[in-house]
Design a protein around this ligand. Structure first.
Ligand code: DQA
Length: 144
């Protein structure tokens, strides 16, 4: 089983950006956590981050036929990108949405999630543990 974990813009700045919201853990810490989780769940994982919408769309398209499950935090593109929604629908790979913060309690412009409309589960406001829970969800559901 192979999972793809995708992070959108500015998530490479974890540990630097708005620590009061996103915490002090760095992107490298997140990468290690995802790798450790994959090892524990005995799944393969590819970890990808980009600040560019089209690059994220390309990555989702390239997953077709190669990846069994996607964990995605599209970051700001969550709230704007029909292209990422369409890419997730196009490949039809089981996907989970993750947000470190509880976007439901933040600004009005964060209340819509386009990518989330193509996701079967949502892990919101759980910090980095959201990625762990999303991977556990996919590993469990893809095996059953
Ligand atoms: C985020 C929430 C988004 O609204 C924001 O633009 C991000 C990060 C989160 O993980 O909480 O960059 O996706």
């Amino acid at each position: 089983m192979k999972l793809l974990v995708i992070n959108g813009p500015n998530l490479n700045m974890l540990g630097i950006r708005e620590k009061h919201l996103y915490g002090a853990d760095t992107y490298e810490t997140l990468v290690r956590l995802i790798e450790e989780t994959a090892a524990r769940l005995q799944v393969e994982v590819e970890i990808f981050q980009s600040n560019h919408e089209g690059v994220l769309v390309d990555k989702i398209q390239q997953a077709y036929g190669k990846i069994d499950g996607i964990v995605i935090n599209p970051a700001a593109y969550t709230h704007t990108s029909v292209a990422i929604l369409d890419a997730l629908k196009a490949v039809s790979i089981p996907a989970c949405e993750v947000h470190i913060t509880d976007v439901t309690k933040r600004e009005a412009f964060r209340q819509v999630s386009y990518a989330g409309m193509a996701c079967e589960a949502h892990f919101i406001g759980l910090g980095l543990q959201g990625y762990v829970q999303a991977m556990e969800y996919l590993a469990r559901n893809l095996r059953s």
